[in-house]
Write a new protein. Structure first.
Lengths: 409, 252
């Protein structure tokens, strides 16, 4: 969190230093000293960029609507999706109905044991198999365990019985898993009654390497969502408005170049975007226990690059459109497929291989993959060459288009 | 004309088969207020926009201070100031910040307070544009167009929608700008404004200039043709009443 804000500050400071350096290098002008101390043409050009970036960044923090959509909105998504994926990642458990038709003491014991077992969540409201089957057909429970009337009756010198597991054929996997879990329970019980030397055993040993949890995937997707919201929906809505009020037209009468305007927008967007992301990191770490393995500086550099690249799409749409009615449909055509295909809402590894291959190359995918690899896998920028490569190509293509289609009014 | 700052020769603009500006020529001297008058659709705004580099020139040429508009648009933008019909500024930005931005657009660094005090907006320095009145906004818009000390200043219908006091204020401002040696080119629908303010005027109709002279000369020519108006002498009119009761000071 602190690191990210520091980086935003550092970016501004670096710009200032660049400006100061160019100022010093400017040759002593032969002309009479004007009121301004800026003399070299390039220094003037970057001074323009610096002032625009600084004042537009400042403006962002005064704009409640921008703050809502830029910071609060992604945060709300973070809490909603974070809560969902957190619930799922807390280990596997089965929602089952437990129907006991036996009166034996062993059956009673088994029921209490199962109730305390964390692997099972027993739906107490279900008393009959019919009720259970009804719920099963709606996929609200995974299965039903039925203990028959003779379950637990003493035969020879120990209790015996056969529990029946009912499961829906459409939920085949859960059913089989449930059976095997129950079989393990019985194996443990059996071993107490009949001592048998077991020649083969299997013992679980967790590896030290942390695997990615559901939340890790969710978080990098949400970062993507935040970057896309600010970078595409932002300019898509703002630019037509700036054109309507003649604000861009007014800049058009000054010598400012499109690249200066774009560059200043990219810088202020990167700064405000990193602040928004810093807030998300803070919430993700504090509330959802996100483990950040990667280096914060690399994360910030990578995300700043991502923000600037994705912003190009918004600049192209907003810069091209004459009004909102042109911007909105085009924006939605581009944004929504990208949202679903790039792994924002569900990880791309769930897609069929051929689709994964194609969606690898859409602009958001390398952003989300790269972010996840740096943040949770601790990879370095040098390790994610393919992603950076795709992003660099898109950066060139997107800004080439954005420059070509930009209109001041 | 020896001291012409702006020279327009045979300027043409064609939209499809409609000729918007039909080969007009005129010159504007250094330090004069030049008015372009005409009914809606006469081609006033198109003419201005071509000279301001905002629209492509289809025929003829325009030069400002010896620089060709079509060939060096960015150089031209550096020496002209433009006040559009509706002054639009981004919101939630202080007046001082907006002036810094406009100066920066020209690669300049200025002291915004100096400019704001010049138009009596010093006490509004930290306000946002959306909190200004119409007259204040108009004054601010003019000063924003002058941060880079342009040689030529264009105003498109600057007093439309202003109350009488604010209009008179603006006239004074424009005269002050002229007196600094800046050439002012203004379009307007108000004849009283043109008569009081402009040193010379061009009357446009159908894309052509149909008259070009000082307001006095144009009136004299008309009277010489034997024109008479119904005599109607009054010592004051309603505008005088309004101004007397609400004051002429710098309020708006």
């Amino acid at each position: 969190m602190k690191n990210t804000i520091w980086i935003a500050v550092i970016v501004l400071v670096i710009l200032r230093i660049v400006y100061k350096i160019t100022k010093r290098r400017a040759p002593a002008s032969a002309k009479s000293v004007s009121k301004t101390s800026i003399t070299s043409p390039w220094q003037r050009k970057f001074f323009t960029v610096y002032v625009f970036a600084k004042l537009n960044t400042r403006r962002f923090f005064r704009d409640r609507l921008a703050l809502f959509f830029g910071i609060l909105f992604p945060l709300i998504f973070l809490f909603v999706f974070g809560s969902i994926s957190k619930g799922g990642s807390n280990g596997v458990s089965f929602k089952v109905a437990l129907i006991n038709n036996s009166r034996s003491s062993f059956a009673k014991q088994f029921v209490t044991q199962t109730e305390h077992n964390k692997l099972f969540k027993i739906d107490e409201t279900l008393k009959t198999l019919d009720e259970a089957q009804n719920k099963m057909s709606k996929s609200q429970i995974d299965g039903a365990i039925v203990l028959p009337a003779d379950f637990g009756n003493i035969q020879a010198d120990h209790p015996t019985g056969q529990a029946k597991v009912y499961y829906s054929p459409s939920n085949d996997q859960a059913g089989r898993a449930l059976i095997s879990v129950l079989q393990q329970q019985f194996d443990a019980i059996n071993a107490k009654f009949v001592s048998v030397q077991q020649p083969f055993k299997v013992v679980g040993q967790p590896t030290k390497q942390k695997s990615l949890t559901g939340f890790d995937y969710t978080f990098s997707g949400l970062l993507g969502f935040s970057i896309m919201g600010a970078g595409i929906f932002g300019p898509m809505n703002v630019f037509p408005e700036l054109k309507k009020q003649g604000i861009l037209r007014r800049f058009h009468t000054t010598p400012i170049r499109v690249w200066q305007y774009f560059l200043s927008t990219m810088i202020s967007q990167a700064i405000t975007g990193l602040v928004a992301i810093a807030v998300m990191f803070f919430a993700a770490i504090e509330v959802f226990g996100l483990h950040v393995v990667g280096n914060y500086l690399e994360i910030a550099v990578f995300l700043a690059f991502s923000i600037m690249m994705i912003l190009g799409i918004g600049l192209a749409i907003g810069g091209w459109a004459r009004n909102e009615r042109q911007a909105a449909p085009l924006g939605n055509i581009i944004v929504f497929p990208m949202m679903f295909l790039s792994g924002i809402f569900f990880p791309r590894f769930l897609m069929p291989t051929w689709l994964q291959g194609i969606t690898n190359y859409i602009p958001m995918s390398p952003v989300i993959d790269g972010a996840r690899q740096i943040i949770t896998e601790g990879k370095h920028l040098t390790d994610i060459g393919p992603q950076l490569g795709i992003m660099a190509i898109w950066m060139v293509v997107i800004y080439f288009i954005a420059f070509r289609v930009f209109r001041w009014e | 004309m020896a001291n012409a700052i702006l020279t327009v020769k045979d300027l043409r603009k064609v939209y499809g088969d409609k000729v918007a500006v039909d080969g007009i020529s005129f010159e504007v001297k250094k330090g004069e207020i030049f008015g372009i008058l005409g009914p809606n659709g006469a081609g006033k705004t198109t003419t201005l926009e071509m000279i301001e580099t905002l629209r492509e020139i289809d025929g003829g040429s325009a030069t400002i201070a010896g620089i060709d508009v079509a060939e060096n648009p960015y150089e031209i933008r550096g020496i002209i100031g433009v006040q559009p019909q509706t002054p639009g500024f981004q919101d939630k930005t202080k007046l001082t910040e907006l002036l810094q931005m406009f100066a920066a657009a020209y690669g300049e660094k200025v002291d915004p307070m100096e400019f704001l005090n010049d138009v009596n907006l010093g006490d509004k320095a930290d306000s946002f544009v959306e909190n200004l009145s119409g007259g204040q906004k108009q004054r601010f818009s003019i000063v924003a167009a002058l941060v880079h000390k342009p040689k030529v200043f264009f105003l498109d219908e600057p007093t439309t929608g202003l109350d009488p006091a604010a209009r008179r204020n603006l006239w004074k401002m424009i005269e002050k700008i002229r007196d600094r040696g800046i050439s002012v080119i203004i379009t307007t629908h108000y004849m009283d404004e043109a008569e009081v303010l402009c040193d010379r005027i061009a009357i446009m109709d159908g894309g052509k200039i149909i008259a070009l002279d000082t307001p006095k000369k144009l009136i004299k020519d008309l009277l010489a043709k034997g024109f008479t108006k119904e005599q109607h002498v009054e010592q004051a009119n309603l505008e005088d009443v309004f101004l007397d009761m609400t004051g002429k000071g710098l309020h708006s």
